[in-house]
Design a protein around this ligand. Structure first.
Ligand code: ADP
Ligand code: MG
Length: 362
């Protein structure tokens, strides 16, 4: 089957409605291979995604993101565990009987069909009458702002336009859930950022559940309401984008979702005045003149600048404390009060609110 095919809604008499999570994974595990050589792609995933959510699955390459998505779609069967859609156990239900559609990174458009025909294709296969097909295709093209491209062929479109055709083709069948596997991966940065905003707007408009796989933390934070952070087949943390960023559960999340100064042992003691594994985001640290005293609720540590990088609106400052601990601070270049003579070797004071320091599980 080609990607973006429109699946039929399952026959679900007496289906539970409303309050059930749209997607639920309980103890889902996936092992590929045989007894002699096996790969554990997903260790054990528990996840609950509400109706209408824009949910991101974020993690590095090989962490099991696509496998999870393919199990939700029904292209792979879990080795163990249960998958429910709208409260119904679909663990063994084939993909075409799930009310779910998928947009893959390689859009797999039909090259010989026009944009409109590509979008209409799934409805045609399902036997939707012509007039309704035309109307729904026009609606879908309008939603992704491709009405004027309807008669063209995929080869005549830009990458961003092809991506929108794939999206229209997946939405035209009106699935309850849309799964997107690295949907913007083929686009350059500018276009990707533009499409992130558009995708979010389209999701708000159609109101269905979107699950987006990405390895790009900025993309996940920009797009989603909530996210799950994957690492080596495990879910490290699930939560609202802001919460995961502000309160990463462990060292992996702190480093993968943004960057963080993570210290433990004697380094944590000298810099934070506390023990444990502790972290502070570089943007929470400000750079002051040397010997600036700590304000109430703040920590102040003297340090020497080891590197300065002017990155447009942000200036990245690396510094080493008297006890030999390296810290990174990101300050707004336009910040008033930034020492103007800041250079390699400058003596400075780094300050941050005590409340910006958080404890990691390890
Ligand atoms: P991601 O999408 O996060 O990059 P995947 O879910 O594609 O990760 O893969 C997770 C792990 O499972 C990887 O080690 C990958 O090599 C392995 N894997 C994925 N699909 C298969 C398959 N069909 N057969 C064997 N191994 C697979
Ligand atoms: Mg993948």
């Amino acid at each position: 089957m080609s990607s973006g095919m429109v699946s039929s809604p399952p026959d679900t008499p007496g289906a539970p409605s409303g309050t059930e999570p749209r997607i639920e994974l309980v103890g889902v595990r996936k092992v590929f291979g045989d007894a002699r050589h096996s790969v554990v792609a997903v260790e054990s995933a528990d996840l609950s995604i509400a109706d209408g959510e824009l949910f991101a699955i974020l993690g590095p390459s090989g962490s099991g993101k696509s496998t999870v998505l393919r199990m939700i779609a029904g292209f792979e069967e879990p080795t163990a565990g249960t998958i429910r859609l709208g409260g119904l156990d679909v663990t063994s239900v084939p993909a075409r009987k799930r009310d779910v559609n998928t947009v893959f990174q390689e859009y797999a458009l039909f090259p010989h069909l026009t944009v409109a025909q590509n979008v209409e294709y799934g409805l045609r296969v399902k036997g939707v009458p012509k007039a309704e097909r035309r109307r729904r295709t026009a609606d879908a093209l309008d939603m992704v702002r491709l009405t004027d491209q309807a008669p063209r062929r995929p080869a005549q479109l830009s990458g961003g336009q092809r991506q929108r055709v794939a999206l229209a083709r997946a939405l035209v069948g009106r699935p309850r859930v849309l799964l997107l596997d690295e949907p913007l991966g083929a686009l350059d940065l500018k276009l990707r950022e533009q499409m992130q905003v558009e995708l979010k707007a389209i999701q708000r408009e159609v109101g269905i559940t979107f699950v987006i796989v990405t390895h790009d933390q900025d993309e996940a934070l920009t797009l989603c309401d909530r996210l799950a952070v994957f690492n080596a087949g495990r879910i490290e943390q699930v939560g609202a984008a802001r919460d995961v960023y502000d309160r990463p559960a462990n060292r992996f999340v702190a480093d993968f979702v943004g960057t963080s100064n993570v210290l433990e042992g004697a380094d944590a003691e000298t810099v934070f005045g506390r023990s444990g594994t502790l972290a502070v985001r570089p943007e929470r640290i400000s750079v002051q003149h040397n010997n600036t005293p700590a304000a109430p609720g703040y920590r102040a540590v003297d340090a020497t600048v080891t590197e300065i990088i002017y990155a447009g609106p942000l200036t990245r400052v690396a510094a080493r404390t008297a006890t030999g601990v390296s810290l990174a601070a990101n300050v707004l270049t336009a910040t008033a009060g930034l020492p103007s003579d800041l250079a390699h070797g400058s003596a400075i004071t780094l300050t941050w609110p005590e409340s910006a320091v958080h404890h990691l599980d390890g």
